[in-house]
Every structure is written in C-alpha cells, then in structure tokens.
Design a protein around this ligand. Structure first.
Ligand code: SF4
Ligand code: SF4
Length: 396
C-alpha cells in the first residue's frame, strides 16, 4: 500500500528515540542511486511512496526522484524534520518567479517567512530542477509536540520554530502539508491536541499519529547514550490504549490520515493482526525484513522480501504474539494496512473506512487561533511568534 523509501540515512539531527541514524551508516556516500530508488518503486508498485530516512531533503537527487515518482503516477510523501524545508521552497519560488509574485513576496517578508535578501535571490530566478506544488505531493513534517517538547525530543533548540515557518511558507505557496507525530510515555495528549488545533488553523492538510515502539536500536541508544530507562519512554499496549482514548474524538475534529479500523484498534475497541508486508521499507542496504521497525535481514529485491521472509515467525495475530519483540507494537505501518485490507474484518468496516476517507473532512479548527505553540526558546521573542499573524486567509 505504501513504500517507505529511505534513500539515505544522513540526517542533520539525532533525535531521541530514532534508531535509523544509529543503525545505518549516515555517510552521504552510502545512499541509494536515483535509478535504484525509482526501480524500488516499480518493483513494489505501491500507489504511495513515502520518502523518508534520514533526512530526505539532504538527498542530492531529490528533485529528480520526485519527478520520476510523479511520472510513475505515485502519491509522494516527502518526510522532513523541517530544517531545510524553507530552502527547498525558496528554490521553487526562484524557479517560478515572475512580477506577479511581488505582492506575495511582500506578504512573506512582513510575516518573517522570507527575508529581503531571500526575495532578492528569488528575483534572480533559478533554472535547476525544483519541487513544485502538485496534488500528489505532500510535505510531511515531523512534530512531536509544541516547541518545548519537540525541541527536547529532537535534542536541538530552534527546530520547532523552523519547522513551523516551513509549514507556513509551504501553505502560502499552495503546497499540501501533513504532519506526523509519535506518542511516547511522556507525551501530554492535551498538548498534542492543542498543537493539532494550531496546525489545523494554519492550514495543515492532515496528520499521522503513531504510538512509539521500543525497537531494538533505539532502545540500546537510550540506555547507552542517555542513561534512560526505555520502559519510561516507550508505550506498552495497555499504555497506548490509555494515551489514545480520545483518538476517535480527534478523528472527528482533525483530518487524521488512515482507517477507522486502525483507530478502533488504538483505542482498544478491537484487536488486529499485523500486516507489515503491506508497508515495506527499502534502504541503501536493501529491503528490510521483516518490517519498518525490525531488521533481521535485508534482501536485494522486493520479491525476495516477500518470498523469503518467514512471515509466520513475525507479528501479532488475534490469538498470539509470534515474536516477543512484537508484543507492544501498535505502529501504523504494521496495523493501519490491516484495517484497509480487511484483515480480521467485521461487517461494515469497509463502509466506515470509505466514509471516513472520502466523506466531508473537518473544517479548520477555530480554536487554533488562540493557541501559541511557541512555549520554549522563543517564548519571549514576539517577532518569531507566528500564532497571531498567519491565518489560512493568507493562502493564495
Ligand atoms: S530527523 Fe528523523 S531521521 Fe533524523 S534523527 Fe530525527 S527522527 Fe531520525
Ligand atoms: S508487530 Fe508487525 S510491524 Fe510491529 S514489529 Fe512486529 S512485525 Fe513489525
């Protein structure tokens, strides 16, 4: 259903809880070639490709990769921590520049989303390939909480502020933007709800929210580097259900991506079997087996991954946990496809999923206008506080 394409594991952050930058080589030279990326998408043939990593915006051929995936008619998700988002957007603006853009430049300068120097560079133009707004492209920005929480998790100040500026600029330019959050033990669900209210108000198009799961490499890093007890950070199934108890109310209020069946699973209304094979992951080392979380081996082709992985050894079914490492896993890449594919189906599931995804979507959340998410490093800096000036009205 979705290919998780990780062309590289180079990143400009080293977040708490991220296994990727600890498990793989983060050298820029250790990346998939453009041809290998496009071939992986063809092999798997999933309608949607989520380009992740690492930080995909560091991938030197990203623009050509997006162009190639669009030619293959894929829906493209560009996952990012947001640090380089504004740079990419300014490159697009330079490529698209004409005098008609001047009023927009003026607005963006007044909103502190670009500087006078940026505007001067944009006016010079750009003939390089760029990423343009397209109905099959989403920027998918990682945000785990408001400024204080998010900057603590990503272990660097200023990341939240930059990510929000990137989101606002992307929306002002007509891009589709999604956000994704991982919920940990320490996550304050009220705070997350207020963040979603704010994001909805500034025009973010949708969200994925998944429970954090203690996969091996992240756990080891937590003990070794941070001296933390992973049990105090990652959620058990019981804790996940407690944290997600209001998730279905959220689904009526915000544009959450995914299936109603998965929501019911998260809140504890039903169990589901894992269908990890439906969201496979490819990396510079090959196709990760069995899943996005666990990597017992890597295979050279998608066919090998499907045929050589002993799927009976992994995952969770309604009756049993096949691998102890899977016992607490409720991540969306393992279980959201189960809801869409009708695994463990109940009467009416398809209709519920269909109505949720193709029916009317929630309107932008008015409460967001009163939320100030800048409660960390920039709390005192009113010039950086975007909560009062930017509104969906600024969308061209
Ligand atoms: S930004 Fe993403 S890839 Fe980079 S360290 Fe954080 S979680 Fe990992
Ligand atoms: S339950 Fe499925 S998705 Fe989760 S770790 Fe196990 S195999 Fe992977």
């Amino acid at each position: 259903m979705v290919l998780q394409l990780e062309p590289l594991h180079t990143c400009n952050l080293a977040c708490t809880g991220c296994g990727r930058v600890r498990e793989y080589s983060t050298r820029l030279s250790d990346r998939m070639s453009l041809d290998a990326c496009l071939d992986a998408a063809l092999q798997c043939n999933a309608p949607m490709v989520s380009v992740c990593g690492g930080e995909p915006l560091l991938y030197p051929e990203l623009e050509l990769l997006v162009e190639g995936l669009l030619k293959q008619k894929r829906i493209v998700y560009l996952c990012t921590n947001g640090l380089l988002l504004r740079r990419k957007l300014k490159e697009y603006m330079a490529a698209a520049y004409s005098e008609e853009m001047e009023p927009l430049l003026k607005t963006l300068i007044s909103e502190a989303l670009i500087s006078e120097e940026d505007a001067a560079k944009i006016r010079e133009g750009n003939s390089q390939p760029v990423i343009r707004p397209h109905w099959r492209i989403y920027w998918n920005v990682h945000l785990d909480g408001m400024e204080k929480t998010h900057d603590m998790i990503v272990e660097r100040k200023g990341v939240f502020r930059e990510a929000i500026a990137g989101i606002r600029l992307a929306k002002a330019l007509g891009f589709q933007v999604a956000t994704n959050a991982t919920v940990f033990c320490e996550t304050d669900m009220d705070e997350l709800e207020h963040l979603l209210e704010y994001l909805s108000w500034i025009g973010v198009d949708g969200h994925t929210i998944s429970p954090g799961y203690d996969y091996d490499t992240a756990k080891v890093d937590m003990v070794k580097r941070l001296g933390k007890n992973p049990d105090e950070f990652y959620l058990t199934r019981k804790e996940t259900r407690k944290k997600f108890k209001d998730f279905q109310r959220w689904a009526a209020k915000f544009n959450l991506f995914g299936t109603v069946v998965y929501q019911e699973f998260l809140v504890g209304k039903r169990d589901l079997s894992c269908t990890a094979w439906a969201i496979p992951t490819v990396t510079p080392r090959g196709w990760r087996s069995p899943c996005y979380m666990l990597a017992d081996t890597h295979y050279p082709t998608f066919k090998d991954l499907l045929e050589k992985t002993d799927w009976n050894k992994y995952g969770v079914t309604l009756k049993k946990v096949r691998d102890p490492r899977c016992a607490n896993c409720m991540v969306h890449c393992g279980f959201d496809p189960s809801g869409a594919l009708g695994v463990d189906a109940r009467p009416g599931d398809n209709w519920k999923n269909f109505r949720f995804n193709f029916g009317a979507r929630p309107a932008p959340c008015k409460e967001g206008a009163n939320i100030n998410p800048f409660n960390g490093d920039s709390a005192q800096d009113q010039t950086q506080n975007g909560s009062l000036k930017t509104s969906p009205k600024n969308k061209p």
